[in-house]
Write a protein that binds this ligand. Sequence first.
Ligand SMILES: NC(=O)C1=CN([C@@H]2O[C@H](COP(=O)(O)OP(=O)(O)OC[C@H]3O[C@@H](n4cnc5c(N)ncnc54)[C@H](OP(=O)(O)O)[C@@H]3O)[C@@H](O)[C@H]2O)C=CC1
Ligand SMILES: O=C(O)[C@@H]1CCC=N1
Length: 275
Amino acid sequence: MNTSNALQDIAGTIVLAGAGKMGGAMLTGWLARGLDPKRVVVIEPHPSAGIGALATRGVRLNPSPDDVGSAATLVVALKPQMFREAGPMLKPFVGPSTLLVSIMAGTTISALQEVCGGSVVRAMPNTPAAIGRGITVAVAASNVSAVQRAVADALLRATGSVEWVDDEGLMDAVTAVSGSGPAYIFLLAEELARAGVEAGLPQELATKLARETVAGAGELLHRSEDSSATLRKNVTSPGGTTAAALEVLMGPDGLWQLMIRAVAAATKRSTELAK
Ligand SMILES: NC(=O)C1=CN([C@@H]2O[C@H](COP(=O)(O)OP(=O)(O)OC[C@H]3O[C@@H](n4cnc5c(N)ncnc54)[C@H](OP(=O)(O)O)[C@@H]3O)[C@@H](O)[C@H]2O)C=CC1
Ligand SMILES: O=C(O)[C@@H]1CCC=N1
């Protein structure tokens, strides 16, 4: 699908509730790929300077719900913890044919239907969306039409790739792997730099080496057709330095065990946010 055209083909008003880090990144992606700003309404109590500036391009910022009426599409990017309290305020934007796309961690389709109504798509993006390199997993409620699903797909695809699943039960683990995942990689860059300092490198050099290594390895993984295991083996000379490090990272209590615990903790937290 050509995302730019798909975005331009979307009919009606799009309301974005919550233009923080993730909602703001999605909005940036939509506008960069040709969505008409005049069709977008943003509900955000404390807009950043960047979001405020979009008003000069035609985005309507915090208009009265009466002036907007029911929207064709409502994208909800509030904190999940505040949804039960703030969600009912979004009801004026929801009519019988409104598509509601939620990106809130843990918040289930049934909770979204109960609080706001509408035809619900539950999605989980990640912050590389800000540079068009996100990955989103989405699941649609049974009352979402084919046209609404295509609209949701176009909005989500404007920020990277999209995977649709049928089983909502996968969304907690999805959140733990790709939603939260960028933070694990950024932590890797931090800890690699700290280990470099421990090994005697100056702070500035260690930080630069770790950052460029994580970014370069990520880009190589992105561009290469080889698996990550093959790319790892390509670095690992027999009996060399990498093999020595991997013996630690792949040993008992290594990265595999740590990652299992981290992903399990995030998955559990996602299920808790549903309550
Ligand atoms: N950050 C990430 O990597 C990802 C986040 N998500 C999901 O995206 C959602 C937002 O997360 P994130 O962007 O990180 O959080 P933010 O806190 O940056 O964004 C939430 C925004 O909603 C605003 N807000 C508060 N009250 C209202 C209201 N009544 N109406 C409209 N907006 C309101 C907040 O304003 P204020 O701060 O002033 O309260 C804030 O700007 C969460 O549900 C999260 O689970 C999903 C995938 C990845
Ligand atoms: O930390 C969180 O809860 C959100 C969801 C995935 C990424 N950030």
